[in-house]
Design a protein around this ligand. Structure first.
Ligand code: SF4
Ligand code: SF4
Length: 296
């Protein structure tokens, strides 16, 4: 199941790329910029600014899951069975579904359309999410199909998966973009919902396998931006043989999606880190002989 395919991306790997966003993630980072990626079921997203309150959706819903309360559309997500009738009825694109079952063949046919751009730019296809490792069989099959067509492949991952399921994915992956969010496993479990041992073990194994790997670290003020955490991350990366890291400063671009999903955004009080602070953090990594870049 995917929730988006983005063409002509210049992020998440070299050159011009097509990014395939898979739905479902075992982690629960409170700063997630793609909250619609987290659950591995289709979900309705409702955009209040596009809505003209015509109530076509209210009349279309067969289970009365949509009501107007205090002049606003309210969706009862317990009642909703994601039948799709409301977004078909909406003329303003105020409703949409995140999540669609696709086949490897269908994705490949989209990915292949931009072959000429990949060839000219050194680009290719990147599997992102959500967490591509959560749909390990599909990801392995899609990457194998891409390699068979001679495409450059990358995955953007938390690395949270059993090695025996991760390995078939890596066999057809040219570049691994591995997120490491925090080194303290208790904090990792408390904030993100799972411990980090598996992630760190897999990082070592990917390096031992000789795969190209870049470690990516989201910098989230008050969560993982302490000097101690970043020093520990830099030392860990350097010790296991990582050569390059990307620092990804916190941004709030995903905030409106929480509203659209009927969820609460818990980082409202977190400010975007200053350029000077990010610059000072890069020095920690440079001192550990890591090629360091801000942004991914
Ligand atoms: S998807 Fe179907 S059940 Fe859910 S709110 Fe829309 S019309 Fe109702
Ligand atoms: S059909 Fe669309 S525009 Fe009309 S009330 Fe529903 S969400 Fe709003």
């Amino acid at each position: 199941m995917i929730f988006d395919i983005q063409r002509y991306s210049i992020h998440d790997g070299p050159g011009i790329r097509t990014i395939v966003f898979l739905k479902g993630c075992p982690l629960r980072c409170p700063w997630c910029a793609n909250p619609e990626s987290q659950k591995m079921v289709p979900e309705i997203m409702y955009s209040e600014i596009k809505c003209v309150l015509c109530q076509r959706c209210v009349n279309a819903c067969p289970v009365n899951a949509i009501k107007v309360i205090n002049g606003k559309i309210h969706i009862d997500r317990e009642l909703c069975n994601v039948c799709g009738l409301c977004w078909e009825a909406c003329l303003n694109e105020a409703l949409k579904v995140a999540g669609k079952e696709v086949t490897v063949k269908e994705v490949l046919s989209i990915v292949e359309k931009d072959r000429i751009f990949y060839e000219r730019s050194g680009g290719g296809v990147t599997l992102s999410g959500g967490e591509p490792l959560m749909q390990a069989e599909f990801s392995a099959a899609l990457l194998a199909a891409c390699k068979k067509k001679g495409l450059n492949t990358a995955i953007e991952t938390s690395g949270y998966q059993k090695w025996e399921l991760f390995l078939p994915i890596l066999e057809n992956t040219d570049l691994v973009l591995l997120d490491i969010k925090m080194m303290n496993t208790d904090l990792h479990r408390k904030i993100i919902g799972v411990p980090n041992n598996l992630i760190l073990d897999n990082a070592r194994k990917i390096v031992e396998l000789g795969k190209d790997i870049i470690v990516r670290i989201p910098i989230i003020p008050g969560y993982n931006d302490s000097i101690e955490n970043l020093r520990n991350t830099a030392e860990f990366a350097a010790n296991i043989g990582i050569k390059e890291v990307h620092l990804l400063p916190y941004h709030r671009l995903g905030e409106s999606k929480y509203n659209q999903l009927g969820r609460i955004y818990n980082l409202k009080d977190v400010n975007v880190p200053s350029t000077n602070y990010i610059e000072s953090l890069t020095q920690i990594f440079i001192k550990n002989n890591l090629k360091t870049q801000v942004g991914g």
